[in-house]
Design a protein around this ligand. Structure first.
Ligand code: CP3
Length: 341
């Protein structure tokens, strides 16, 4: 199926002249009653391992809202298990069984055969493409630094201090970890694209806690090497950094087509700082807890502020929250699709 003429892919390359595309970060998940039904039957980990169930939960938000792109259902941590790091989600959040705390611990991680050990993800992608042939599918990974955060901290954290300190206490071990993760990420994204992903997104969910200098070394440089390795595959590459504003000068020179913009930023200001890249964002997810009228007016404010709609993909400025009212999402999607700039 030729998806190059879809609004989403056209917007990634800055050549959309029709309806503005919208998808929603974390669009399959706990705010959706039909997702919660599936989760009554299976654990999150079981769900991530079943190509049939992956396909079902990816389809749910597309069927309900008519979104312009689907995103693979998996987790950024999934690739860590075959690298030798066991984890679980005991009370919703991730928990690494034996986190990294010394340089020697980095040697516990190892390379693996993606086609063999992550076959359930690739099979899921093939099934999604059969089920939703007309919807572009986004594959994804976590950035090397964001994955390091979970590996070192062992769980979610407010500011991932241990992970930041590790970079400075043990720069050689941190580099080794970053290089190993980057190599697996590049091969994993390649496998996702070969299985049918039409675009890829790197989630730098915690990269935005780094100083400008550290961002260059530990976020931008490794991610750019990953993007370079995907160049010949000719699919749009999306970089999402939560708290992107301090790093726009660096990101402007990166080898990606689309920059995800978090909800803190003024989207028009970000667009001015970027030159020749598409943007994806950036409505605050908490706005969806207001009335549908408030949602529509906040979305319109963003849309009106954007000078060039050819390279805009509407999205939230971070993941949608549990308990988000469904009617807010419906109102948002309708407003973006009805918008004429
Ligand atoms: O539609 C989708 O986007 C679903 C696919 C998806 C999941 N995780 C499923 C999931 C994606 C793209 C992710 C990425 C992810 N995972 C990120 C980056 C995105 C971001 O929010 O910045 C991060 C940091 C993780 C790590 C992770 N996994 C956390 C922190 C948690 C717990 C809290 C949370 O955010 O939901 C998870 C579990 C997780 N991953 C759930 C889902 C649907 C909840 C599991 C459940 O109870 O059903």
């Amino acid at each position: 199926m030729e998806l190059n003429n879809s609004a989403f892919i056209k917007a990634c390359y800055g050549r959309n002249d029709g309806t503005i595309p919208i998808w929603i970060m974390r669009q399959a998940g706990r705010y959706l009653p039909e997702y919660l039904e599936v989760r009554k039957q299976v654990s999150f980990t079981e769900l991530c391992h079943s190509p049939d169930l992956i396909t079902e939960v990816v389809r749910q938000p597309i069927a309900r809202f008519g979104l312009d792109a689907a995103i693979l259902f998996s987790d950024i941590l999934t690739m860590l298990d075959p690298m030798g790091m066991k984890f679980d989600f005991p009370d919703g959040g991730p928990r690494i069984a034996e986190p990294i705390s010394t340089p020697d611990d980095v040697d516990r991680l190892h390379d693996f055969d993606i086609g063999d050990k992550l076959s359930f993800v690739l099979e899921g992608i093939r099934k999604i493409k059969q089920t939703l042939p007309e919807t572009p599918l986004i594959g994804f990974v976590g950035s090397p630094f964001t994955l390091s955060c979970y590996l070192i901290e062992g769980k979610g954290s407010k500011n991932f201090d241990k992970a930041k300190k590790f970079l400075h206490q043990y720069p050689d071990a941190a580099q080794k970890l970053s290089d190993l993760l980057s190599d697996v990420i590049a091969r994993y994204l390649t496998a996702q694209i070969e299985a049918g992903a039409d675009a890829v997104q790197v989630f730098g969910s915690w990269d935005g806690i780094l100083s400008h200098d550290d961002f260059v070394r530990w976020s931008a440089a490794p991610i750019n090497r990953i993007f370079d390795r995907l160049q010949s595959l000719k699919v749009p590459r999306i970089l999402f950094v939560n708290n992107v504003s301090p790093y726009l000068d660096i990101i402007n020179d990166m080898n990606c087509e689309v920059v995800g913009v978090d909800y803190r930023a003024n989207l028009a200001t970000v667009i001015k700082a970027l030159d020749g890249k598409s943007v994806q964002g950036n409505l605050d997810p908490s706005v969806l807890f207001g009335t549908p009228q408030q949602v529509v007016s906040s979305a319109k404010k963003i849309l009106d502020s954007v000078p060039n709609h050819n390279r805009l993909i509407f999205n939230l400025g971070h993941g949608i929250q549990p308990k988000t009212p469904i009617e807010s999402v419906t109102a948002l999607v309708e407003a973006v699709h009805a918008y004429r700039g």
